[in-house]
Design a protein around this ligand. Structure first.
Ligand code: 8YV
Length: 339
């Protein structure tokens, strides 16, 4: 009788999801969130056939060096800038992510940040909780915010999540402009009621600019001082993509100086650290990278990551056919076949 494959789960996961995995594998699951050194990550990966990792686990050539055992790395997220796909492919390790299941929740959250930033919900709540309302003689013209309805929504990066953000714009009567590496098929443009424009035009015309592009070296500081200067002074910037796409220091300066009106940010360069200049600004709504964190979606993400592992290890109905591989070419080099 062959022994069960070993799987390491790097982040605490829902017990019922782990239980599914335990039916086919010997599971070591972390019970706490904590940062890991590259050496620890490498040692963990060397002991197992599969790993379920989070965005802070950087799986690169150094982490995989000398690893003869690992077959699959499943990322708990759609973004996979923590995975070096070339190094994984080179090492014959399948990489998987969690697309689709989080699209709608992340799009919802993009709208939550737009609304919160435009209508100053964070600052107003802090003011109320601080006890300022009684006795303040709040004026009729206090707490004035910006309307969304009828304004122009701009989307930078028009993949699945960008399109889901766009589809919601109809309810607010907002025309949609987008900029993307490639033009969407006409039918999708029509469904999203979105018009392709240059990046310069997007910056100049958007009243609300939502960033939904993947993080790559080319996208580092895609929004910096120069781009912010091209935006309207009344514009609101929302980042639900990745820290590092925005130059946070430049954004803080722009918010302080009134170059743009407000921002809603779920991601930060160097998170969990947040640029100190952002922390003191009342016109920035800040959240701790929770756009996908609805109860249902985080479960779906965990289940999809586990489905990938189970299938990649050759078990279950999809044995040998993980649902969402990132480097499927690796299969050609595998001996695993459906039993
Ligand atoms: C994270 C995300 O996975 O999917 C992504 O790319 O950034 C998020 O859904 C989530 O915050 C867990 O760290």
């Amino acid at each position: 009788m062959t022994s069960k494959p070993k799987v390491w789960v790097a982040r605490p996961l829902f017990p019922e999801v782990l239980a599914r995995l335990a039916q086919v594998a010997e599971v070591t699951a972390e019970t706490e969130e904590r940062p890991r050194s590259p050496a620890e990550l490498k040692a963990r990966l060397a002991e197992v056939d599969a790993a379920v990792v989070g965005l802070t686990d950087r799986v690169d050539a150094a982490a995989l060096e000398g690893n003869q055992r690992l077959k699959v790395v499943a990322n708990l997220g759609v973004g996979h800038n923590n995975l070096d796909l070339d190094a994984l492919t080179q090492a014959g390790v399948l990489a998987c992510n969690t697309p689709d299941v989080l699209t709608e929740s992340v799009a919802d959250f993009g709208w939550a940040l737009m609304l919160a930033a435009a209508r100053r919900i964070g600052a107003a709540e802090r003011w109320l909780r601080a006890g300022h309302w009684p006795g303040s003689h709040m004026r009729f013209d206090d707490w004035l915010g910006l309307d969304l309805h009828g304004r122009t929504l701009g989307i930078l990066g028009m993949g699945r999540i960008g399109q889901a953000v766009a589809r919601r714009a109809g309810g607010f009567g907002m025309p949609v402009l987008y900029h993307n590496r490639s033009r969407l098929p006409a039918a999708v443009e029509q469904e999203c009621r979105a018009t392709l424009v240059s990046k310069a035009e997007l910056l100049a015309r958007a009243d609300f600019l939502v960033l939904v592009l993947p993080f790559t070296a080319a996208n580092h500081h895609a929004i910096g001082a120069a781009e912010l200067a091209q935006m309207k002074r009344s514009a609101v910037l929302v980042n639900i993509a990745r820290g590092g796409i925005v130059d946070d220091a430049a954004l803080a300066a722009a918010l302080r100086e009134g170059t743009i009106a407000a921002a809603g940010l779920d991601v930060f360069e160097g998170e969990p650290a947040v640029h100190p200049d952002l922390l003191v600004l009342d016109n920035a709504v800040l959240s701790p990278h929770i756009a996908s964190a609805s109860a249902a979606t985080r479960r779906d993400m965990a289940n999809l990551a586990i489905d990938n592992v189970i299938a990649a290890l050759g078990y279950g109905e999809s044995a040998g056919r993980p649902p969402t591989p990132l480097n499927p070419a690796v299969f050609d080099r595998w001996a695993i076949r459906k039993a």
